[in-house]
Write a protein that binds this ligand. Structure first.
Ligand SMILES: [Zn+2]
Length: 148
């Protein structure tokens, strides 16, 4: 596995993953794994049980469904005509809960990245995600002997 992927390798990687018609969270996980990142999943000890957790970086990634989490995009603003009240109550609770959980994460010194389902086709969001995470640890550089 190459430690340094060029931008075009990255795009190729991304296209291969997208082509597999999988759910957005799996897509993100597979992509980050292929890019050399390691993470935990659905950590219940953190507020909101974040989808992807980078403990040593104190960073988490949420992959959000647009409808459930009322994204500002056209998928998120759909108003179902049947059971309208039910959906609207359910979805406003989700919005409140999302907000509380993020505030609590922040209080504990964590940062987060929200990737919306509709954004999984936008190259620039994937780049932003990598920027948010920061560089992967170089292989073989951590011997544990450098600090005395
Ligand atoms: Zn959306």
């Amino acid at each position: 596995v190459a430690d340094v992927l060029s931008k075009s390798d990255r795009a190729k990687n991304m296209r291969a993953i997208r082509g597999k018609d999988t759910n957005p969270e799996l897509m993100v996980r597979r992509y980050l794994h292929n890019m050399g990142y390691r993470y935990r999943l659905h950590d219940g000890s953190l507020p909101g049980k974040p989808d992807i957790v980078f403990a040593s970086r104190r960073k988490v990634v949420f992959v959000n469904g647009c409808f459930w989490h009322s994204h500002s995009c056209r998928f998120g603003q759909v108003q179902p005509s049947t059971n309208a009240q039910f959906w609207s109550t359910k979805r406003s609770r989700t919005i409140e809960r999302d907000l509380e959980q993020r505030l609590e994460l922040e209080r504990r010194g964590w940062t987060w990245f929200d990737l919306w389902e509709c954004e999984t086709r936008k190259d620039e969001r994937w780049d932003e995600l990598l920027e948010f995470l920061g560089p992967r640890l170089a292989r073989g550089s951590a011997t544990g002997k450098s600090e005395v």
